[in-house]
Design a protein around this ligand. Structure first.
Ligand code: UDP
Length: 336
């Protein structure tokens, strides 16, 4: 099988590309980012790295044409982007998705769209089933631009499905593991990781009682591949995540424990406003219902948080000691 992974140079995209290579497939990874996260794949005879943007439909078309299956993972993701550069988030995520869907539809290719648990916003009724409501704040709160951009992509997916596109949507829940972002930036795990490795206190925002369901990358990749390969997945939307809920304070303490530090003393509580400014609001709880992931995709998560964090810490330790820091795969786009 021939597979195109947009965002194939990013965190999930690089792991997904690797998994398809292991399956015996030929993979084209399309990304604007430098190829740091896939440098170990560059000499593989069935792997091709294409430096191009999903905003450039013409450049993308040649690769959609030669593939059987498209994963659309190119996106601008990370809270710092939502509050610093909402234009880039909206532009890349909406226009890039329209381009990918249109090309897959035009050439009769199956497509998996990477979406997010952020689409549920701060709906207080957890766990969230795939058809549950989206509960979001005001548009003046920059935080919601990412959620909105991904939801627009989902709406377009269903619109193209009516016109004959074979499409599935996967909504990720705080996926982590080796190659996640760049240390110190991006998501909570990479921020904590930098602090842990330098022997600093971990900065817990608020009281730390807000929760997330952290999902190990290998589990997320198994769910994603099933969404691309299982016939019953076509036309479906799937939560891809672990359903074990962890508070941020618990996450900090678990990391400190694994890192041989004091889980009680080495935590520093900080105010949300001091980190993200006034145009941000946090999500108190985020938990998936994973019935479909288990029953349709047959991809129940297998990795415990302690096990996944240990592998991730070991990887970041090795990387910071031996190689240049990896960069995230945020897309680029022209300014208005
Ligand atoms: N967080 C924290 N300390 C940090 C960075 C983040 O306590 O230094 C918290 C943040 O407030 C949120 C959670 O960690 O409740 C997850 O944040 P992340 O940026 O990873 O993404 P989110 O899950 O909110 O999309």
């Amino acid at each position: 099988m021939k597979v195109l992974v947009t965002g194939g140079g990013g965190f999930i995209g690089s792991h997904l590309s690797e998994a398809h290579l292991e399956r015996g497939d030929e993979v084209w990874a399309l990304d604007t980012a430098p190829n740091l996260k896939v440098r170990h794949l560059l000499s593989h005879p069935r792997f091709h790295y294409v430096k191009a943007s999903v905003l450039d439909a013409e450049a993308m078309e040649a690769f959609v044409l030669r593939c059987d299956l498209v994963y659309h993972h190119a996106a601008v993701v990370g809270v710092e982007h939502y509050v610093d550069d909402p234009f880039n988030v909206l532009n890349v995520n909406i226009h890039g998705t329209i381009n990918a869907l249109r090309l897959a539809h035009r050439h009769g290719k199956r497509l998996v769209l990477a979406s997010t648990s952020e689409v549920y916003g701060r709906n207080p009724k957890v766990p969230w089933k795939e058809e549950d409501d989206r509960v979001l704040g005001a548009t003046t709160m920059d935080r919601w631009c990412y959620s909105t951009s991904k939801a627009v992509g989902e709406h377009y997916a269903w619109a193209f499905q009516r016109m004959g596109l074979e499409v599935s949507v996967v909504r990720y829940f705080n996926v982590y593991g080796p190659r996640l972002d760049k240390i110190d930036v991006g998501r909570v795990i990479t921020i904590f990781m930098g602090q842990l490795l330098r022997g600093e206190s971990l900065t817990v925002i608020g009281d730390g009682l807000q929760t997330r369901c952290f999902t190990y990358i290998d589990d997320a990749v198994r769910g994603t591949m099933a969404a691309g390969l299982v016939p019953e997945a076509v036309g479906g939307v799937f939560n891809v995540g672990d359903d074990r809920e962890t508070s941020i304070l618990e996450l900090a303490r678990t990391l400190l424990r694994i890192g041989g530090r004091d889980p009680q003393k080495d935590v520093r509580f900080v105010k949300q406003e001091d980190i993200y400014g006034p145009r941000y609001e946090d999500i108190p709880r985020r938990v998936p219902d994973i019935t479909r992931l288990k029953n349709v995709l047959r991809a129940a998560p297998r990795t415990s948080l302690a096990e996944g964090l240990k592998t991730t810490i070991d990887w970041f330790k090795r990387e910071t000691e031996t190689k240049p820091a990896l960069t995230s795969s945020a897309g680029e786009s022209p300014r208005p």
